[in-house]
Design a protein around this ligand. Structure first.
Ligand code: MLT
Length: 413
């Protein structure tokens, strides 16, 4: 008899985005005439072609594989030196942030990394997650057996939820209790909020005082426009001995379908064994990586490295400006329709309070059935997301302008 990991049985319903797709497909089956009008602003999936520099680099990489001289088989599990060096220099050192090449671990994306990181932490850690939250942080902790059962409102026993509300500008306050692992995500998915230097400093000080580790997801860093907003947790003094940073090329370079990201683990960062001895976290992650992963593909890494060339960076800027232009239009349309809105300025997500006394799924249904627009219900991100919804700015300009017209028609007086 094969015994399963019965922690999986605690998971609520499906993962959020497949669940949204299920509902959208059911609607389309019942109303096939609406299918051509449907505009998807639900999952944050990019729509625009990749930067030309990445395309050319990946074409060349394929050609390399067609030769004996430039053939590549297994690469280094932690990523090719030339990509790690480009990341260290162009994503960090150029901004005055101390990150070294051997502190970077290239992967197939931040979603996998934020889930896989739990492999190297033991049971019994007290874990804090924001609410609302990117569902991966919660569900992977459920799978790992780090929680108790689900409650009525979808939250899990055993996790420490950090409420993110309009009152704290969606930047969580420090917990009143001790925690060991803290998930933070800025620019935030789903709210689009950013944290100031002072706010992050508070978290770093808390983590250091509690020997806790911050799992800092900065997958949306490329969208930061405000020069005062920190781009990396490692801009904050003291963060090198209490934080891990996750980054991704998915949103920066349109790589959601290509798959490439990376984790930064400073050498100073230690966890503790059961006897309280310090153990370098990067040693464990490196060991895990070389056992369970054979590296992101050569072709993909060549594409990612091309994003750091002069042309690549200029083309990436154009891509980011396109999505931020969409976000500005959506923000404005929701505002003009009388909604309270957040995010959308340093992030590709607009977070809005549901109008007309609707709850999150009620608003989802209204948008789907009356406007044929797919959004993400805030309650799918946690109980504190109830009463809100998220619109993704990842779309063509034409579609976004149409969504704005439909929001106006549906809600503006
Ligand atoms: C989202 O829509 O929240 C993101 O696309 C999810 C992800 O990046 O995995």
């Amino acid at each position: 008899m094969a015994i399963i990991n019965d922690h999986f049985l605690k998971l609520q319903a499906g993962y959020l985005f497949p669940e949204i797709n299920r509902r959208v497909n059911a609607f389309i089956q019942a109303h096939p005439e609406a299918a051509p009008r449907l505009i998807r602003c639900g999952i944050g999936d990019v729509t625009e072609p990749l930067p030309q520099a990445a395309i050319e680099a990946m074409h060349e990489a394929v050609d390399d594989l067609a030769t004996h001289e430039r053939f590549h088989g297994y690469g280094p599990e932690q990523g090719y030196f030339w990509l790690r060096e480009a990341i260290a220099k162009k994503a960090y050192q150029v901004h005055g942030i101390h990150v070294e090449v051997d502190e970077i671990f290239v992967s197939d994306g931040a979603k996998c990394d934020t889930g896989n990181i739990l492999d190297i932490f033991g049971r019994g850690n007290r874990i804090a997650v924001p609410d609302p939250v990117y569902p991966v942080y919660v569900d992977t902790n459920v799978m790992a057996g780090n929680t108790g059962e689900a409650r009525e409102d979808g939250s899990y026993e055993g996790l420490v939820y950090l409420p993110c509300t309009p009152e704290n500008n969606f930047v969580p306050d420090l917990p009143q209790e001790h925690v060991d692992l803290i998930y933070l995500c800025f620019p935030n998915n789903p709210t689009g909020a950013v944290a100031s230097r002072m706010e992050l400093l508070k978290w770093v000080e808390y983590a250091r005082a509690n020997h806790a580790i911050i799992l800092y997801d900065s997958a949306y860093e490329a969208f930061i426009q405000d020069p005062d907003v920190p781009r990396s947790i490692f801009e904050i003094p003291g963060a090198r001995d209490c934080a891990i940073e996750f980054r991704s090329f998915s949103k920066q370079g349109g790589f959601t379908g290509v798959r490439c990201g990376y984790v930064v683990i400073p050498k100073e960062l230690n966890g503790h064994d059961a006897d309280g001895n310090k153990v370098p976290i990067s040693r464990l992650w490196s060991r895990r990586t070389s056992t369970k992963f054979n590296g992101a593909s050569y072709i993909v890494q060549r594409g990612a490295a091309a994003l750091f060339t002069l042309e690549g960076m200029a083309q990436t800027d154009v891509l980011i400006s396109h999505y931020l232009g969409n976000a500005a239009l959506l923000l404005n349309a929701c505002r003009q329709a009388g909604m309270r809105v957040w995010g959308g300025e340093n992030a590709p997500y607009v977070w809005a309070a549901c109008p007309d006394g609707l709850d999150s799924w009620g608003l989802f249904d209204k948008m789907l059935t009356e406007a044929n627009v797919v959004i993400t219900p805030g309650s799918g991100f946690g109980s504190k997301g109830e009463g809100f919804f998220r619109i993704s700015a990842f779309n063509s300009r034409e579609n976004v302008e149409e969504v704005c017209r439909r929001i106006h028609a549906l809600f503006a007086q």
